[in-house]
Design a binder for this molecule. Structure first.
Ligand code: AMP
Ligand code: MG
Length: 439
């Protein structure tokens, strides 16, 4: 039995040693949620020209040091216009739009809100109504510093510079970056295949009518959903009974995938056979139990590369092949109670899946919020208790969900986070800041 922190550390250590699969190419939008296999570099300067961030007037800051100042408007530049359209000389301004290139000579933009067009600049001139560029005047009411209200060329990135590194999971920001450098297809890592194996004599498939003491194999689906959500492909195996021969055959089938997740059969009961069968397969165990609730019996280990593997459970028992896998295969034995399965997946299995997907390791992010009602509990375990985070703006508040223990998925479904209680706390008062893990 190890502490939560040590258990997580051990997983991270092993995750650092695994290798992602080959790479493949995906269409830009199909790459959403996939892991980038090659860095994306800027194909030109970003922005490619000095880009105005305001509607207003491009000016020389020196000309508007003292305000109000009157400048001759010599032209207009809108988004998409060439920056060579005009050059700003002394006491001149160019009307400019957001996203337009700064004209030569200008070194700042004055927001239109701080200007006014001089309607009749020449009281005695009859042509006031038909004034052209160069004879219109604008009055600047606020000074600007050189560099204000535009982004210099290449300020975000220089051509050739790294925009997004390999190992990043592509979300909409990554898609935007790829699109902005003109990539219609992206190299991504192949999704790892993760075997999901439910164990238990009480289990039936979800399309069968359960007997009075039988339970539908919902973990197989919830785990497959979590696996897919983490960016991998789930391979759901048949239900393993609490019987060593069949369990062993299915474990061996699961070990042909990149990772094996088992649920159930890791507690201390007479028919909890998972560890025993894995030990027969010469598994190495990194921990068997973590000081957490829910999920205390969680197991993590690996089977060596030369484990004999029966490729398909459908084939006769003689169909053994020695798969010389290049790396050892890791497995997690997750407790069977559905909430325990879900929590231990997130805490331990996810980082391993991410590593197998080629992702750069991500730390667990804890938030904090004010506890609304007192919590009393026992010491000894780090607890991850389903809770509801609410409150607007700066008033984040959290309250435990009233749950019936680690079988109660319905309550977890209504919760949106876990309150994390350190193992040495018996009582946490209302109003205290507590840490949270989002669900
Ligand atoms: P175990 O970890 O094998 O002791 O299982 C603990 C409890 O979790 C069992 O009594 C079942 O009610 C439940 N359970 C185990 N496996 C599953 C499963 N695959 N799907 C849904 N519930 C399960
Ligand atoms: Mg069981």
């Amino acid at each position: 039995m190890v502490s939560f922190e040590l258990a997580r550390h051990l997983v991270e250590q092993h995750a650092a040693g695994v290798h992602p699969g080959e790479t493949e190419t995906a269409d830009l939008l199909a790459a959403l949620g996939r892991v980038l296999a090659e860095p994306i570099l800027a194909d030109r300067d970003f922005p490619p020209f000095a880009r105005s961030t305001r509607d207003g007037y491009a000016v020389r800051a020196a000309d508007v040091e003292r305000v109000p100042a009157r400048l001759a408007v010599i032209g207009e530049i809108k988004a998409g216009d060439s920056p060579e359209t005009c050059t700003v000389n002394r006491d001149q301004a160019v009307s400019i739009m957001t996203g337009a290139p700064l004209p030569a000579g200008a070194d700042a933009v004055v927001m239109v809100e701080h200007t006014s067009v001089v309607e009749r600049p020449y009281p005695n001139a009859a042509e006031n109504a038909t004034l052209g560029w160069g004879t219109q005047l604008v009055e600047i009411q606020r000074s600007v510093k050189s560099g204000e209200n535009f982004v210099p060329r290449g300020a975000e990135a220089r051509a050739g510079q790294l925009l997004l590194d390999r190992g990043r999971k592509l979300d909409h920001t990554g898609i935007a970056i790829a699109a902005s450098v003109g990539k219609t297809r992206l190299p991504v890592f192949r999704k790892p295949r993760v075997a999901v194996l439910s164990t238990g004599d009480e289990l039936v498939e979800i399309d069968a009518m359960p007997g009075p003491a039988q339970i539908r194999n919902s973990n197989s689906y919830s785990l497959a959903a979590q696996v897919q959500n983490a960016g991998a492909e789930a391979v759901r195996l048949a239900i393993a009974p609490d019987e060593p021969r069949r369990l062993r055959a299915l474990i061996e089938e699961g070990l042909s995938c990149d990772l094996l997740l088992l649920t159930g059969g890791v507690s201390m009961g007479k028919y909890d056979l998972v560890e025993q069968v894995l030990a027969e397969l010469k598994a190495e165990f990194y921990f068997t139990g973590a000081e957490i609730q829910p999920g205390r019996p969680v197991v993590f280990g690996s089977c060596g590369a030369d484990t004999p593997v029966r490729v398909s459970a459908a084939k006769p028992a003689s169909a053994w092949v020695s798969v010389s896998a290049p790396h050892k295969k890791h497995f997690f034995g997750l407790p069977g109670n559905p909430v325990s399965t879900m929590v231990t997946f997130e805490l331990f299995a996810r980082p391993m899946i991410e590593a197998l997907s080629g992702m750069t390791p991500q730390p667990l992010i804890f938030l904090s919020a004010r506890l609304q009602s007192e919590i009393r509990t026992k010491t000894g375990l780090k607890r991850f208790l389903p809770a509801v985070l609410s409150g607007e703006f700066a008033n984040a508040k959290v309250e435990l969900a009233r749950w019936q223990g680690s079988g109660d998925v319905a309550t977890l479904a209504r919760a949106n986070c876990y309150v994390v209680i350190p193992p040495d706390r018996e009582r946490i008062e209302a109003g205290e800041w507590v840490s949270l893990l989002m669900r």
